[in-house]
Every structure is written in C-alpha cells, then in structure tokens.
Write a protein that binds this ligand. Structure first.
Ligand code: ADP
Ligand code: MG
Length: 386
C-alpha cells in the first residue's frame, strides 16, 4: 500500500539506510484530456497531471554506489549512477537508474543517492506510472546534485531514459505533463516546438468531475499496432510532402485525402488532422473562460474518430464511453494509446455515482470484469515536498 504520509516514508528510509533522508520529491501521473495519437505527428496534446504521484525520499549515498527500493516491489537495487549502462539494470529500477544514465548523457555529473520510492499511480492503467518515477527521480537528482535543468529539459531527459534505457518507444507528453502540471489547469503542449501552456480547467469550481474508467482489459497486440499506426502516418506525410501530419491544415484536409489512394491511410490522416483541430478548439474555449461542459462533444467526437478512423479502441473502451454518455456524461472518450487502458468521462459532480453505476452495469451486461472508476482533478507537477 502506498501512502501520502511522509512520516511513514521517512521512517521506511531510516529503516533501510539508517539515516534521515535529505528530502522528499514527488512527480505525478497524468491523463490525457484530448489529443490522442497526435504526439508522433508533431501535433497538440492536452493532458493534466494527477494527484496520484510517485514520491522519492533521497539522500547522498552512504556508500560509493546508489541504492533504491520501492515500497511496491521486493528488494533493494544497487547501481553506479555515474557509470550505469542500459545492460546493467532491468525491471522496475530501470526507470530510476535510467534517469541517472540520461542525465549523464547530457554531460552532467550525477550524484550517487540512496532512495526509497512510493507511488500510488496505478501501473498499466495508461496513467503513466513510469513518467512519475522518472520525473521524481530527476527532481531529486537535480536538486541533490545541484544540476541546472529546466522542467522541459528534465522532461526530455525522462523521455530519453524511457526510450533508450528502458527501451519503450514513447513520445514526450507523459514527462512534460508530469513536470509542468498545475493545480486547476491542463498542460497544453505543442509537441513540435515544445511550447507548454497551462490552460484553466478548474473542475470543482465548475461543479464538474472527470472520471477515469480503468477498463482493466488485457492489452492485446499493442506493440505491432502502435508501430503500424506510426508508419501509416509517416508514409502519408511523405506522400503529402509535409514534415508531419501536423502540417496539414484542417481546411486542406479534403485536398490531402484526395492525394492518398489507400482508404485505410486516408482514415488515419483524417483522425490526426481533425484531432489536432479539436485540441485547438478546446484550448481556445477554455482559455477564453468558457464553460468546461461545452467541450463534451469534442471529447466524444475524439472517441468516434479513434474508433472509426484510427481503429485503436476495443469493446471495453467503446462500452465504457457509450454507457457513460447514456448515463448523462457531457462527453467521454478513450485516453492513452488504446487497445485497453482507460476511458474518461466529463460529468456533473453530483452525477458521479449515476455515471459510474451506468458503466458498471453495462460491463456486467457484457460479461466484462468490473472496471475501476475514480475521479481525478488537475494537480501540480514535479516538486520538492519536504
Ligand atoms: P504506465 O502506463 O503505468 O506508465 P509502463 O509500462 O510505462 O506503464 O510503466 C509501468 C512500469 O513502471 C512497471 O512495470 C514498473 O516497472 C514501473 N513502476 C510503476 N510503478 C512502480 C512502483 N510503485 N514501484 C516500482 N516500479 C514501478
Ligand atoms: Mg509509461
């Protein structure tokens, strides 16, 4: 069990290493409100950081090498932060050791640390428990090592860790959201320029709730499908003579589609171009202080596009979205890569039980195992807690 109680995290640190931690750092998981499969097309994404986060108690290492333990895993893992290579550390500790490696790759002199980590970001629900570890580790290492890195540089270092040390081909959204999160705000990211803007999204003030519906469905065929979508998008960009699909303006979409012969690739392009437009539309509305209820249709259109054009949903996701809408949600969509993971639903705060019940009932009727449903609010990004 993880806990937000820093006293107990400090106690676990003392039990493991026999001294007080120098401090505690935290970084959140994230959920993407809208902007799916746009990141590798140089497009726009709009995630929020969560109150669920990874906390790391750390101190300069007592010995020559670094040590880390997780309250959610067995055993202590030891590694040399200054010289660790991707072959040296596998499994969960790679997200920690890889961060030191990636900082070293930037030419920085990394400190050797003793660490205890504790996270309440669920694993594999599409809420980026991995980026939370990377960013919390990065925050601790940069503070204790007096390394000068901006939040965006630290996020990109986390991406490097995940891509080249852990070996997972992911974009930069997760780490940027974890670094740049802000309570009551979304994190609007231009994945090409890396410009980041916090856009107001104060759910409690608006009397709203955002539900995450973790389908708990087994992920099927994800790797091959992700690569196939990516390569279809790259191929289409080449055909259209643009650097990335982000460069296809929505008003030129029909012209672009006319130049693509494969109907499947046509649909992939239509998803990416319309999805970028939906993100910008949502951002414009919220930036201008518009009612968050009004973005519901954009969320639902995003889901339809991911289901029909990008073809990355599965019945568990479609049923969750349909049931949430039927039970009164303003909008709902799958979130994350698809093929499992989670859906989100924007609902009136006093309709949380009604919508949750509607989804649970639909799952039971379909013979699906019960989903995990919980509300989330936008929270702050990585920071020192103590
Ligand atoms: P996610 O969508 O949650 O980021 P990933 O597969 O990218 O899924 O990352 C999950 C991995 O991160 C886990 O398999 C584990 O190796 C590591 N991880 C997540 N949370 C913890 C934790 N509390 N303690 C140790 N390792 C963790
Ligand atoms: Mg991850």
């Amino acid at each position: 069990m993880s806990t937000d109680d820093l006293t107990s995290l400090r106690r676990r640190f003392r039990e493991a290493y026999g001294c007080e931690p120098a401090g505690v750092w935290a970084a959140p998981g994230r959920v993407n409100l809208i902007g799916e499969h746009t990141d590798y097309n140089d497009g726009f994404v709009l995630p929020l950081a969560l109150t669920r986060r990874c906390r790391i108690a750390a101190a300069p290492a007592a010995g020559r090498s670094s040590r880390v333990l997780s309250l959610q895993q067995e055993g202590i893992v030891e590694f040399d932060a200054a010289s660790v290579t991707p072959e040296d550390v596998r499994g969960w500790a790679a997200y920690v050791a890889g961060m030191f490696w990636a900082l070293g790759q930037r030419g920085l002199e990394v400190p050797e640390l003793d660490m205890v980590l504790d996270s309440d970001v669920p694993v594999g629900a599409g809420l980026s428990s991995s980026a939370a570890i990377e960013c919390a580790t990065g925050a601790a290492a940069t503070d204790l090592g007096s390394l000068e890195l901006s939040p965006t540089e630290l996020a990109l270092t986390g991406q490097r860790c995940e891509n080249d040390f852990v070996g997972a081909a992911t974009g930069n959204m997760d780490q940027l959201a974890s670094m740049h999160g802000k309570s009551g705000h979304l994190v609007f990211i231009d994945t090409r320029s890396l410009a980041v803007e916090n856009v107001p999204f104060d759910l409690p003030a608006a009397g709203l709730a955002l539900l995450v519906i973790d389908t708990c469905a087994p992920h099927a065929l994800v790797d091959g499908q992700y690569a196939a979508r990516r390569s279809a998008c790259e191929q289409a960009a080449q055909t259209l003579g643009v650097q990335a699909l982000r460069d296809v303006a929505p008003e030129r979409l029909d012209d672009a589609l006319a130049r693509i012969t494969d109907p499947t690739v046509q649909r992939r392009v239509r998803h990416v171009v319309t999805e970028d437009a939906r993100v910008l539309q949502v951002v414009q509305h919220l930036r201008a202080g518009g009612d968050p209820r009004d973005i519901g249709p954009a969320l639902t259109q995003s889901h339809a596009s991911l289901r029909d054009d990008f073809e990355v949903t599965v019945p568990h996701l479609d049923v969750a979205v349909e049931a949430a809408l039927q039970a009164g949600a303003y909008g709902a969509r799958m979130t994350g890569g698809g093929f499992g993971g989670s859906a989100i639903a924007l609902v009136e705060a006093d309709a949380v039980d009604q919508v949750s019940q509607g989804v649970r009932q639909a799952y039971a009727e379909h013979g699906f195992a019960a989903p995990q449903i919980f509300p989330v609010v936008p929270a702050d990004g990585a920071k020192r807690l103590d």
